[in-house]
Every structure is written in structure tokens, then in C-alpha cells.
Design a protein around this ligand. Sequence first.
Ligand code: SAM
Length: 407
Amino acid sequence: MPEPSAPTAARRVTVVGIGADGWAGLTEAARSVVLDAPVVVGSRRQLALLPDVEGQERRAWPSPFSLDPVDGDRSTVVLASGDPFVSGVATSLLPRHGEVLDVVPAVSSIALARARMLWPAETVGVVSTVGRSLQPLVRELAPGRRLLVLTSGPGTPADLAALLVAHGYGASTLTVLGDLGAATESRIDATAATWDAGSHDVPPLHVVAIVCDGPASGSWVAGLPDDAYEHDGQLTKRDLRAAALARLAPQPGQRLWDLGAGAGSVGIEWLRAHPTCHADAVERDPARADRIARNADALGVPRLDVHRGDALDVAARLPGPHAVFVGGGATAPGLLDLCRDRLRPGGRLVVHGVTLETEQVLAGAYAEHGGELTRHAVETAAPIGTFTGWTPARAVTQWSWTKEHRS
Ligand SMILES: C[S@@+](CC[C@H](N)C(=O)[O-])C[C@H]1O[C@@H](n2cnc3c(N)ncnc32)[C@H](O)[C@@H]1O
């Protein structure tokens, strides 16, 4: 006799990828998994692709979308399009069902698009805009770059074209690849500048292939020009920003706190370093906090979390960071101790100060905890009458410190 808990313990959630060619395109093994399942979950379109199976329960995703239909005691097959781990439902199921999850992938629309474009995988960037803003594409723009974009619906190519034109990339080519792998497969070729939304019949399922043609305006290395930001003067200037980020050392998946974020430039450049980075920007002034969000959007990192409030109050309830930047206000009692305390092992702290009072705090911190104390004096050439001379910016004192790997 099985243990009473056996039926629950044996429950599996199997995500089966299905292409635009439907049931006919599934392997024998994938078909058996679907036919043997007591419960099948999918979109109405996907469920309609399956043959009838007596006694099998079929559940369509609800609107608004939720993963609730996957809950229960019985083994369940979940239908996904293409590769379930390419911007797919398997990723969403992982946190709640990871212990019982199996994945049977089909060919991804990205692989099919690469095949149609004859683009080797190593030469292509992939951006998903499914259910999200298009702004992350801004970070990806570079002359000659190839991009494949997963889209949200028939309106996306027109929005993409407008975004490319707005960033000086109107000459980029757009190839809209519809219903890849189906008998109804289609292709539209245009440039961003000449895209005419009214004259194209874009199918709901499509991938957009882009060959970028425009200026080399962004960089993934820290130190964007100051005029890349909207600001009121409260901006960590280019050379100091580069010096700070060199020490903050962004790594994939890591989190930065940008405390007293001003225009948000340090958090924004941390995020631009890698698409899996996280950042919290804390700013007390509401107008500046709004400006930070606008800058993040314009520079392709709308995922920056902007918090309005006092650095000490807000930081106390944020998830622990891998790096902290304090651009101003380091004299606030307890702030640097809180940062050192909350930093994860191996975490980096960088603090800037321009006043004598902050300099004293930083000199004291350096004496007590070590690290690196640096004074940056930047001078820029500017006209003096008909001649040219050096214009000094205020010298900035920078303390940087790294927490032990094991404390
Ligand atoms: C949620 S993503 C899922 C991607 C899927 N996991 C894959 O591997 O293809 C959905 C998006 O994938 C793209 N897509 C999926 N199947 C497609 C097909 N047969 N032809 C073109 N695009 C497709 C569309 O951009 C669609 O909006």
C-alpha cells in the first residue's frame, strides 16, 4: 500500500513547449506527456490545438493572468509557446513549483527567427517586451547591432519604429517575422523611419529583427556625458561618477543602494552595466525623485526602484545591498554605520563629500576602518576671453571601503 501522502508527493508540473505548428509539430514523447496528463493548462488558443482526451480536465489561463490554475493535487501539464524558459511561463512557475517542475522545450521563436535571418546566436541580442515597456531597448542600441525583440501584440512594431526614430536610429531595418513555423508564416521588411503602421497587417505572434543604424551614443562603461541626464545641478559629474562606479564594481545580479540619488546617475549606470542588476535610488526631494524616474526611463533602465524619503529611514527597510553609494549627506548620524552593517559580505561602499564636515567624517572612517581615501580635483578647459584656461570643479573627497567576504 502506498503511503497516504504518495499521490501528492508524486505530483509533477510539466511545462510542454508547443510551436505555431501545433500538435503536428510535437515529438512523440511530448504528445505522450500531454495525453497522459489528468489536467492541462494553457491559453484558449493552445488548448484548441490539442485532440480531445476523455476524462482530461482543461483549464484556460484567467484574465487578468494568474498562475492559480496550476495549483492542486493532481499532476498538471502546462502548455507554453516555443521554449518555456525564453520569456515564458516556466520562469514564472519556478518560484512556486520549482520542486515538482519538468520542462519539455520546443524550438523557440528566437531560434526560428535566427534561422530565417541567418544570424548566428553569438551575434544577436535578445530583448523581451512581452507585458513590459519598450524602454529597455534604449540600452541595447549600438551601430550595426542585431537585435531580436519578443513583442506584446500587433502594435509593437510601430512603437519600436517610433522609439528608434526618437533615438536617431530611423535608418535601422525592421523585419517583422510572423507565425514562425506555421503555414501562415509571414515577413515584412521596412526601416524604422519608413514604417507605416496603417499599411502593414502584423499578425499577433511575431518577432521583430532589427539591424541598428544610428549614432554611438550610449556606453555600458560608467561615465555618460552629464547632458545625458536631466538635472538641477545635483548630479555626480561624469569623471567622479566613473571613479565611483569603478569602485562600486557592478556584477550581474547584484543590488546597489544609491542614497541621496540626485539625478539618479549612479544607480542608472549601475543598471546599464548588466540587465540582471538591481538598484534602489533614495531621494528626499519629490521633484528630484520624479526626475530620477524620467532619467531611468530615457536611458533604458525603467526597472530602477525610486524611493521617496530620507536615506536612513528608507535604507533600513530595503533588501541588503552588494554596493552602496552615498553621494551626499554622509554626516547624518548613523548613516555610514547602517551602510557598513547592511552591506553583504564582499560589498563595496563609496562615499563622496565636498564639505569640510563630510571630509572630517570620511577621514575618521578611513582611520577607523581603512579602505581608500582619494581626493579628486577635476579641471576642464574653457574660454578665458580669446584664450583657453582651466576651470576647476570643487574637489571631491571619496572614501571607498570593501566589507570582508566572511565577517
Ligand atoms: C511570452 S513570449 C514566449 C516566447 C516563447 N517561449 C518562445 O520560445 O518562442 C511570447 C512572444 O514570443 C513570440 N512568438 C512566440 N511564438 C512565435 C511564433 N511562432 N512566431 C513568431 N513569434 C512568436 C512573440 O513575440 C510573442 O509575443
